[in-house]
Design a protein around this ligand. Sequence first.
Ligand code: GLY
Ligand code: MN
Ligand code: MN
Length: 452
Amino acid sequence: MPTSRSSGVVANGVFADRRQSILKQLRGAPLLVRSAPEVLRNGDVHYSYRQDSNFKYLTGFDEPESILLAIPKGKGPNGKGRLRTILFVRPRNPAMEVWDGERAGVRGAKKMYGADDAHPIEEFWDVFEEESKDWDMLGYGLGCDPAFDRALVDHFSRRWTGRPRRNQGLPTMVDPRPAIHEQRWIKSPMEIEWLQRASDISVSGHRVAMAIAQPGMYEYEVQAELEAVFRRDGSPRNGYDSIVASGANACTLHYIKNDQKIRRGDLLLIDAGAEYEQYSADITRTFPVARKFSDAQRAVYNVVLRCQKKCIKACKPGTPVRRLLDLSRRELTKGLVELGVLRGRNIKKLVDDEKYKPWYMHGLGHWLGMDVHDVGPYETMAGKSVLMQPGMVTTVEPGLYFQKNDKRVPKELRGIGVRIEDDVLITRGGCRVLSEAAPKEVRDVEKLVTGN
Ligand code: GLY
Ligand code: MN
Ligand code: MN
Protein backbone atom coordinates (compact mmCIF):
# COMPACT_ATOMS: atom_id res chain seq x y z
CA MET A 1 0.00 0.00 0.00
CA PRO A 2 1.42 3.40 -0.87
CA THR A 3 2.39 5.28 2.23
CA SER A 4 3.68 8.75 2.77
CA ARG A 5 4.47 11.07 5.60
CA SER A 6 1.50 13.17 4.71
CA SER A 7 -1.51 10.93 4.27
CA GLY A 8 -0.43 7.81 6.10
CA VAL A 9 -1.89 5.03 4.05
CA VAL A 10 -3.92 5.29 0.87
CA ALA A 11 -6.01 2.20 0.35
CA ASN A 12 -5.23 0.43 -2.91
CA GLY A 13 -8.97 0.00 -3.36
CA VAL A 14 -9.14 3.69 -4.24
CA PHE A 15 -6.88 3.22 -7.24
CA ALA A 16 -8.55 -0.05 -8.26
CA ASP A 17 -11.95 1.64 -8.18
CA ARG A 18 -10.63 4.43 -10.40
CA ARG A 19 -9.26 1.93 -12.91
CA GLN A 20 -12.52 0.00 -12.86
CA SER A 21 -14.54 3.09 -13.51
CA ILE A 22 -12.33 4.15 -16.44
CA LEU A 23 -12.44 0.66 -17.96
CA LYS A 24 -16.22 0.74 -17.85
CA GLN A 25 -16.17 3.86 -19.95
CA LEU A 26 -13.74 2.32 -22.47
CA ARG A 27 -16.34 -0.35 -23.26
CA GLY A 28 -14.12 -3.39 -23.28
CA ALA A 29 -10.82 -1.84 -24.32
CA PRO A 30 -7.83 -2.71 -22.11
CA LEU A 31 -6.04 0.35 -20.78
CA LEU A 32 -2.36 1.16 -21.19
CA VAL A 33 -0.90 4.14 -19.30
CA ARG A 34 2.78 4.97 -18.90
CA SER A 35 4.69 6.75 -16.19
CA ALA A 36 6.30 10.14 -16.83
CA PRO A 37 9.73 9.93 -18.46
CA GLU A 38 12.86 10.96 -16.62
CA VAL A 39 14.40 13.96 -18.35
CA LEU A 40 18.16 14.43 -18.56
CA ARG A 41 19.46 17.78 -17.42
CA ASN A 42 23.08 17.12 -18.28
CA GLY A 43 25.48 14.18 -18.21
CA ASP A 44 23.82 11.62 -15.97
CA VAL A 45 21.86 14.17 -13.93
CA HIS A 46 18.09 14.33 -14.30
CA TYR A 47 15.56 17.07 -13.65
CA SER A 48 13.68 16.33 -10.45
CA TYR A 49 11.12 13.67 -11.14
CA ARG A 50 7.37 14.03 -10.82
CA GLN A 51 5.05 11.21 -11.72
CA ASP A 52 2.56 11.69 -14.55
CA SER A 53 -0.70 12.72 -12.91
CA ASN A 54 -2.88 10.22 -14.79
CA PHE A 55 -0.51 7.37 -13.96
CA LYS A 56 -0.39 8.39 -10.31
CA TYR A 57 -4.17 8.77 -10.22
CA LEU A 58 -4.66 5.23 -11.46
CA THR A 59 -1.88 3.44 -9.57
CA GLY A 60 -0.50 5.52 -6.69
CA PHE A 61 2.90 4.46 -8.04
CA ASP A 62 5.68 7.05 -8.04
CA GLU A 63 8.53 5.42 -9.93
CA PRO A 64 9.65 6.16 -13.49
CA GLU A 65 9.95 3.49 -16.21
CA SER A 66 6.62 1.93 -15.33
CA ILE A 67 3.58 0.88 -17.33
CA LEU A 68 0.06 0.07 -16.23
CA LEU A 69 -2.03 -2.45 -18.13
CA ALA A 70 -5.58 -2.77 -16.85
CA ILE A 71 -7.46 -5.53 -18.61
CA PRO A 72 -11.22 -5.97 -18.33
CA LYS A 73 -12.70 -9.31 -17.46
CA GLY A 74 -12.59 -11.95 -20.10
CA LYS A 75 -9.59 -10.49 -21.95
CA GLY A 76 -6.32 -12.40 -21.98
CA PRO A 77 -5.25 -15.73 -20.45
CA ASN A 78 -6.37 -15.36 -16.80
CA GLY A 79 -8.73 -12.50 -17.16
CA LYS A 80 -11.97 -14.28 -16.31
CA GLY A 81 -14.32 -12.64 -13.91
CA ARG A 82 -12.61 -9.37 -12.99
CA LEU A 83 -10.39 -6.50 -13.90
CA ARG A 84 -6.77 -7.57 -14.01
CA THR A 85 -4.03 -5.09 -13.24
CA ILE A 86 -0.52 -5.66 -14.51
CA LEU A 87 2.30 -3.34 -13.52
CA PHE A 88 5.63 -3.26 -15.33
CA VAL A 89 8.25 -1.74 -13.08
CA ARG A 90 11.97 -1.37 -12.58
CA PRO A 91 13.19 -4.57 -10.91
CA ARG A 92 15.06 -4.41 -7.62
CA ASN A 93 18.73 -3.65 -8.21
CA PRO A 94 20.85 -3.19 -5.09
CA ALA A 95 23.71 -1.58 -7.04
CA MET A 96 21.42 1.03 -8.61
CA GLU A 97 19.39 1.50 -5.43
CA VAL A 98 22.57 2.66 -3.69
CA TRP A 99 22.49 5.62 -6.08
CA ASP A 100 18.81 6.31 -6.64
CA GLY A 101 17.02 4.88 -3.63
CA GLU A 102 14.81 1.92 -2.97
CA ARG A 103 12.52 0.52 -5.65
CA ALA A 104 9.27 -1.31 -5.06
CA GLY A 105 10.33 -3.95 -7.56
CA VAL A 106 8.12 -6.66 -8.97
CA ARG A 107 7.11 -8.05 -5.59
CA GLY A 108 6.43 -4.61 -4.20
CA ALA A 109 4.23 -3.74 -7.15
CA LYS A 110 1.96 -6.63 -6.20
CA LYS A 111 2.25 -6.43 -2.45
CA MET A 112 2.18 -2.68 -1.94
CA TYR A 113 0.33 -1.46 -5.03
CA GLY A 114 -2.24 -4.18 -5.49
CA ALA A 115 -1.16 -5.40 -8.96
CA ASP A 116 -2.48 -8.85 -9.86
CA ASP A 117 0.65 -9.45 -11.90
CA ALA A 118 3.90 -7.56 -12.14
CA HIS A 119 6.92 -7.86 -14.41
CA PRO A 120 10.26 -6.14 -14.91
CA ILE A 121 9.80 -3.30 -17.38
CA GLU A 122 12.26 -5.02 -19.75
CA GLU A 123 9.71 -7.80 -20.26
CA PHE A 124 6.95 -5.45 -21.36
CA TRP A 125 6.87 -6.29 -25.06
CA ASP A 126 7.02 -10.05 -24.52
CA VAL A 127 4.19 -10.00 -22.00
CA PHE A 128 2.23 -7.52 -24.07
CA GLU A 129 2.53 -9.76 -27.11
CA GLU A 130 0.99 -12.60 -25.19
CA GLU A 131 -1.72 -10.54 -23.52
CA SER A 132 -2.79 -8.56 -26.57
CA LYS A 133 -3.09 -11.44 -29.04
CA ASP A 134 -6.82 -11.15 -29.44
CA TRP A 135 -7.41 -7.51 -28.60
CA ASP A 136 -9.40 -5.55 -31.12
CA MET A 137 -9.35 -2.34 -29.05
CA LEU A 138 -6.80 -0.60 -26.88
CA GLY A 139 -7.22 2.38 -24.57
CA TYR A 140 -4.07 4.39 -25.14
CA GLY A 141 -3.39 8.10 -25.58
CA LEU A 142 -1.45 8.64 -28.78
CA GLY A 143 0.68 11.73 -29.32
CA CYS A 144 2.76 12.06 -26.14
CA ASP A 145 5.68 9.85 -27.09
CA PRO A 146 6.08 9.29 -30.85
CA ALA A 147 8.68 6.55 -30.31
CA PHE A 148 6.35 4.50 -28.13
CA ASP A 149 3.38 5.19 -30.44
CA ARG A 150 5.48 3.86 -33.31
CA ALA A 151 6.51 0.78 -31.31
CA LEU A 152 2.86 0.02 -30.55
CA VAL A 153 1.82 0.36 -34.18
CA ASP A 154 4.78 -1.78 -35.25
CA HIS A 155 3.80 -4.39 -32.70
CA PHE A 156 0.26 -4.65 -33.99
CA SER A 157 1.38 -4.38 -37.61
CA ARG A 158 3.55 -7.45 -37.14
CA ARG A 159 0.47 -9.25 -35.86
CA TRP A 160 -1.30 -8.28 -39.08
CA THR A 161 1.51 -9.11 -41.48
CA GLY A 162 2.59 -12.20 -39.55
CA ARG A 163 -0.81 -13.87 -39.54
CA PRO A 164 -2.63 -12.62 -42.63
CA ARG A 165 -4.79 -15.72 -42.77
CA ARG A 166 -6.66 -14.68 -39.67
CA ASN A 167 -7.56 -11.37 -41.25
CA GLN A 168 -7.03 -9.69 -37.88
CA GLY A 169 -6.74 -5.96 -38.30
CA LEU A 170 -4.95 -3.53 -36.02
CA PRO A 171 -6.89 -2.77 -32.85
CA THR A 172 -8.90 0.40 -32.66
CA MET A 173 -7.20 2.95 -30.43
CA VAL A 174 -9.55 4.55 -27.94
CA ASP A 175 -8.16 7.62 -26.22
CA PRO A 176 -8.71 7.10 -22.48
CA ARG A 177 -7.77 10.65 -21.51
CA PRO A 178 -11.20 12.25 -21.88
CA ALA A 179 -12.63 9.64 -19.48
CA ILE A 180 -9.74 9.96 -17.03
CA HIS A 181 -9.87 13.73 -17.16
CA GLU A 182 -13.62 13.90 -16.64
CA GLN A 183 -13.19 11.70 -13.60
CA ARG A 184 -10.32 13.78 -12.23
CA TRP A 185 -12.39 16.91 -12.81
CA ILE A 186 -14.85 16.06 -10.02
CA LYS A 187 -12.97 15.69 -6.76
CA SER A 188 -13.79 13.00 -4.21
CA PRO A 189 -13.97 13.84 -0.49
CA MET A 190 -10.42 12.50 -0.07
CA GLU A 191 -9.11 14.65 -2.90
CA ILE A 192 -10.86 17.69 -1.44
CA GLU A 193 -9.18 16.98 1.88
CA TRP A 194 -5.79 16.91 0.16
CA LEU A 195 -6.49 20.11 -1.75
CA GLN A 196 -7.57 21.76 1.48
CA ARG A 197 -4.34 20.60 3.10
CA ALA A 198 -2.28 21.90 0.15
CA SER A 199 -4.12 25.18 0.50
CA ASP A 200 -3.66 25.39 4.28
CA ILE A 201 0.07 24.81 3.93
CA SER A 202 0.27 27.41 1.19
CA VAL A 203 -1.66 29.94 3.25
CA SER A 204 0.81 29.48 6.12
CA GLY A 205 3.67 30.18 3.71
CA HIS A 206 1.97 33.26 2.28
CA ARG A 207 1.30 34.64 5.76
CA VAL A 208 4.93 34.23 6.77
CA ALA A 209 6.12 35.83 3.52
CA MET A 210 3.80 38.80 4.02
CA ALA A 211 5.01 39.25 7.57
CA ILE A 212 8.75 39.01 6.93
CA ALA A 213 9.19 40.77 3.58
CA GLN A 214 11.24 43.96 3.89
CA PRO A 215 12.68 46.48 1.42
CA GLY A 216 16.27 45.51 0.65
CA MET A 217 15.60 41.77 0.66
CA TYR A 218 15.95 39.91 -2.60
CA GLU A 219 12.80 38.34 -3.97
CA TYR A 220 14.39 34.89 -3.68
CA GLU A 221 14.97 35.43 0.03
CA VAL A 222 11.24 35.87 0.53
CA GLN A 223 10.70 32.83 -1.67
CA ALA A 224 13.01 30.80 0.57
CA GLU A 225 11.05 31.76 3.71
CA LEU A 226 7.75 30.93 2.03
CA GLU A 227 8.91 27.59 0.71
CA ALA A 228 10.57 26.69 4.03
CA VAL A 229 7.10 26.84 5.55
CA PHE A 230 5.74 24.65 2.74
CA ARG A 231 8.38 22.01 3.45
CA ARG A 232 8.10 22.17 7.22
CA ASP A 233 4.34 21.84 7.04
CA GLY A 234 4.56 18.63 5.04
CA SER A 235 4.64 19.59 1.37
CA PRO A 236 7.50 17.85 -0.44
CA ARG A 237 7.31 20.06 -3.52
CA ASN A 238 5.62 23.09 -5.07
CA GLY A 239 2.78 22.75 -7.54
CA TYR A 240 4.69 25.15 -9.82
CA ASP A 241 7.60 27.56 -9.64
CA SER A 242 6.86 30.33 -7.16
CA ILE A 243 6.38 33.81 -8.57
CA VAL A 244 7.80 36.42 -6.20
CA ALA A 245 7.57 39.66 -8.12
CA SER A 246 8.27 43.07 -6.64
CA GLY A 247 7.19 46.33 -8.24
CA ALA A 248 6.78 46.20 -12.00
CA ASN A 249 8.00 42.59 -12.13
CA ALA A 250 4.42 41.72 -11.18
CA CYS A 251 3.45 42.77 -14.72
CA THR A 252 5.34 39.77 -16.10
CA LEU A 253 2.70 37.11 -15.58
CA HIS A 254 5.02 34.13 -15.21
CA TYR A 255 7.94 35.97 -13.57
CA ILE A 256 10.00 33.24 -11.89
CA LYS A 257 13.47 34.78 -11.91
CA ASN A 258 12.81 36.21 -8.46
CA ASP A 259 16.27 37.78 -8.41
CA GLN A 260 15.60 41.49 -7.84
CA LYS A 261 16.03 43.55 -4.71
CA ILE A 262 12.72 44.72 -3.23
CA ARG A 263 12.54 48.52 -3.20
CA ARG A 264 10.90 50.68 -0.57
CA GLY A 265 7.31 51.42 -1.54
CA ASP A 266 7.03 48.42 -3.87
CA LEU A 267 4.14 46.02 -3.92
CA LEU A 268 5.11 42.36 -3.79
CA LEU A 269 3.05 39.86 -5.75
CA ILE A 270 3.48 36.26 -4.62
CA ASP A 271 1.86 33.46 -6.61
CA ALA A 272 2.82 30.21 -4.93
CA GLY A 273 1.21 26.88 -4.10
CA ALA A 274 2.37 23.81 -2.22
CA GLU A 275 1.66 20.27 -3.30
CA TYR A 276 0.21 17.71 -0.93
CA GLU A 277 -0.22 14.11 -2.06
CA GLN A 278 0.45 15.46 -5.57
CA TYR A 279 -2.51 17.87 -5.33
CA SER A 280 -1.65 21.54 -5.73
CA ALA A 281 -2.83 24.81 -4.31
CA ASP A 282 -2.51 28.00 -6.38
CA ILE A 283 -2.71 31.20 -4.36
CA THR A 284 -1.74 34.78 -5.18
CA ARG A 285 -1.55 37.68 -2.80
CA THR A 286 -0.28 41.17 -3.56
CA PHE A 287 0.76 43.41 -0.69
CA PRO A 288 2.76 46.52 0.16
CA VAL A 289 6.12 45.56 1.65
CA ALA A 290 6.22 46.36 5.39
CA ARG A 291 3.98 49.41 5.00
CA LYS A 292 0.48 50.52 4.06
CA PHE A 293 -0.74 50.75 0.46
CA SER A 294 -0.12 54.04 -1.34
CA ASP A 295 -3.31 55.68 -2.63
CA ALA A 296 -2.70 54.52 -6.19
CA GLN A 297 -1.82 50.98 -5.07
CA ARG A 298 -4.92 50.82 -2.88
CA ALA A 299 -7.15 52.06 -5.69
CA VAL A 300 -5.95 49.35 -8.08
CA TYR A 301 -6.03 46.71 -5.35
CA ASN A 302 -9.61 47.52 -4.42
CA VAL A 303 -10.78 47.25 -8.02
CA VAL A 304 -9.22 43.79 -8.33
CA LEU A 305 -10.50 42.71 -4.91
CA ARG A 306 -14.06 43.84 -5.61
CA CYS A 307 -14.01 41.96 -8.91
CA GLN A 308 -12.58 38.83 -7.30
CA LYS A 309 -15.18 38.77 -4.54
CA LYS A 310 -18.03 39.21 -7.05
CA CYS A 311 -16.71 36.37 -9.17
CA ILE A 312 -16.36 34.07 -6.16
CA LYS A 313 -19.97 34.84 -5.22
CA ALA A 314 -21.05 33.67 -8.65
CA CYS A 315 -19.31 30.29 -8.20
CA LYS A 316 -22.10 27.78 -7.69
CA PRO A 317 -23.63 24.77 -9.37
CA GLY A 318 -25.16 25.66 -12.70
CA THR A 319 -23.04 28.75 -13.40
CA PRO A 320 -21.44 28.57 -16.87
CA VAL A 321 -17.67 29.09 -16.40
CA ARG A 322 -17.75 31.50 -19.31
CA ARG A 323 -20.11 33.76 -17.37
CA LEU A 324 -17.47 34.23 -14.69
CA LEU A 325 -14.92 35.38 -17.22
CA ASP A 326 -17.44 37.83 -18.68
CA LEU A 327 -18.24 39.09 -15.19
CA SER A 328 -14.56 39.68 -14.43
CA ARG A 329 -14.08 41.58 -17.68
CA ARG A 330 -17.07 43.78 -16.93
CA GLU A 331 -15.97 44.48 -13.36
CA LEU A 332 -12.38 45.26 -14.28
CA THR A 333 -13.48 47.45 -17.17
CA LYS A 334 -15.66 49.40 -14.74
CA GLY A 335 -12.64 49.69 -12.49
CA LEU A 336 -10.41 50.86 -15.34
CA VAL A 337 -12.88 53.70 -15.95
CA GLU A 338 -12.82 54.58 -12.24
CA LEU A 339 -9.03 54.58 -12.27
CA GLY A 340 -8.98 56.98 -15.21
CA VAL A 341 -7.42 54.46 -17.58
CA LEU A 342 -10.46 54.09 -19.82
CA ARG A 343 -13.02 56.68 -20.76
CA GLY A 344 -16.68 56.05 -21.52
CA ARG A 345 -20.02 55.33 -19.87
CA ASN A 346 -21.04 52.40 -21.95
CA ILE A 347 -19.27 49.59 -20.09
CA LYS A 348 -20.82 46.93 -22.32
CA LYS A 349 -19.37 48.55 -25.43
CA LEU A 350 -15.95 48.91 -23.80
CA VAL A 351 -16.06 45.21 -22.91
CA ASP A 352 -17.28 44.20 -26.38
CA ASP A 353 -14.42 46.21 -27.87
CA GLU A 354 -11.98 44.42 -25.51
CA LYS A 355 -10.64 47.72 -24.22
CA TYR A 356 -9.53 45.99 -20.98
CA LYS A 357 -7.15 43.70 -22.89
CA PRO A 358 -3.86 45.63 -22.48
CA TRP A 359 -4.21 45.43 -18.67
CA TYR A 360 -6.25 42.25 -18.14
CA MET A 361 -4.92 39.82 -20.69
CA HIS A 362 -5.41 36.45 -19.00
CA GLY A 363 -8.42 34.32 -18.12
CA LEU A 364 -10.21 34.42 -14.80
CA GLY A 365 -9.08 31.01 -13.61
CA HIS A 366 -8.58 27.35 -14.33
CA TRP A 367 -9.40 23.96 -12.87
CA LEU A 368 -7.18 22.93 -10.00
CA GLY A 369 -6.25 19.47 -8.77
CA MET A 370 -3.30 17.16 -9.27
CA ASP A 371 -2.01 19.63 -11.85
CA VAL A 372 -2.06 23.33 -11.19
CA HIS A 373 -3.69 23.89 -14.55
CA ASP A 374 -5.76 20.81 -14.06
CA VAL A 375 -7.60 18.63 -16.52
CA GLY A 376 -11.27 19.02 -17.31
CA PRO A 377 -13.03 20.78 -20.17
CA TYR A 378 -14.13 24.40 -20.30
CA GLU A 379 -16.54 23.89 -23.14
CA THR A 380 -18.63 21.09 -24.56
CA MET A 381 -18.02 19.51 -27.95
CA ALA A 382 -20.78 21.80 -29.22
CA GLY A 383 -18.74 24.79 -28.06
CA LYS A 384 -20.98 25.69 -25.11
CA SER A 385 -19.54 26.71 -21.78
CA VAL A 386 -19.56 23.90 -19.20
CA LEU A 387 -21.61 24.43 -16.06
CA MET A 388 -20.06 24.33 -12.62
CA GLN A 389 -20.87 21.25 -10.55
CA PRO A 390 -20.23 20.26 -6.94
CA GLY A 391 -16.74 18.76 -6.56
CA MET A 392 -15.07 20.97 -9.15
CA VAL A 393 -12.26 23.19 -7.95
CA THR A 394 -11.35 26.35 -9.78
CA THR A 395 -9.06 29.27 -9.20
CA VAL A 396 -10.50 32.79 -9.29
CA GLU A 397 -7.67 35.16 -10.15
CA PRO A 398 -8.41 38.51 -11.74
CA GLY A 399 -5.56 40.97 -12.08
CA LEU A 400 -4.57 44.34 -13.49
CA TYR A 401 -1.08 45.06 -14.80
CA PHE A 402 0.27 48.49 -15.70
CA GLN A 403 3.72 48.29 -17.23
CA LYS A 404 6.12 50.93 -15.94
CA ASN A 405 6.46 52.62 -19.35
CA ASP A 406 2.76 52.50 -20.28
CA LYS A 407 2.00 56.05 -21.34
CA ARG A 408 -1.70 55.25 -21.77
CA VAL A 409 -2.31 55.14 -18.03
CA PRO A 410 -2.03 57.84 -15.34
CA LYS A 411 1.55 58.18 -14.13
CA GLU A 412 0.89 57.05 -10.59
CA LEU A 413 -0.43 53.68 -11.82
CA ARG A 414 2.62 52.80 -13.90
CA GLY A 415 4.60 49.86 -12.52
CA ILE A 416 1.68 48.52 -10.46
CA GLY A 417 0.64 44.91 -10.96
CA VAL A 418 -2.02 43.31 -8.77
CA ARG A 419 -3.47 39.80 -8.86
CA ILE A 420 -5.54 38.13 -6.16
CA GLU A 421 -6.07 34.39 -6.51
CA ASP A 422 -8.08 31.95 -4.42
CA ASP A 423 -8.91 28.27 -4.75
CA VAL A 424 -12.64 27.66 -4.84
CA LEU A 425 -14.49 24.37 -4.37
CA ILE A 426 -17.98 24.22 -5.84
CA THR A 427 -20.37 22.77 -3.27
CA ARG A 428 -24.05 21.85 -3.45
CA GLY A 429 -25.07 25.10 -1.86
CA GLY A 430 -22.56 27.39 -3.60
CA CYS A 431 -18.86 27.31 -2.96
CA ARG A 432 -16.15 27.08 -0.32
CA VAL A 433 -12.96 29.13 -0.62
CA LEU A 434 -10.22 26.69 0.34
CA SER A 435 -7.67 29.49 0.65
CA GLU A 436 -9.80 31.96 2.53
CA ALA A 437 -7.42 32.11 5.50
CA ALA A 438 -4.91 34.08 3.41
CA PRO A 439 -5.61 37.74 4.23
CA LYS A 440 -6.83 39.87 1.36
CA GLU A 441 -8.95 42.66 2.85
CA VAL A 442 -6.90 45.88 2.87
CA ARG A 443 -7.01 46.26 6.64
CA ASP A 444 -6.01 42.62 7.26
CA VAL A 445 -3.16 42.82 4.77
CA GLU A 446 -1.85 46.07 6.22
CA LYS A 447 -2.08 44.68 9.73
CA LEU A 448 -0.05 41.63 8.83
CA VAL A 449 2.66 43.42 6.84
CA THR A 450 3.18 46.27 9.32
CA GLY A 451 2.75 44.15 12.45
CA ASN A 452 0.04 46.43 13.87
N1 GLY B 1 0.31 30.03 -10.84
C1 GLY B 1 -0.11 29.92 -12.15
C2 GLY B 1 -1.47 30.42 -12.34
O1 GLY B 1 -1.96 31.15 -11.51
O2 GLY B 1 -2.13 30.08 -13.27
MN1 MN C 1 -3.80 30.07 -11.22
MN1 MN D 1 -1.29 31.26 -9.53
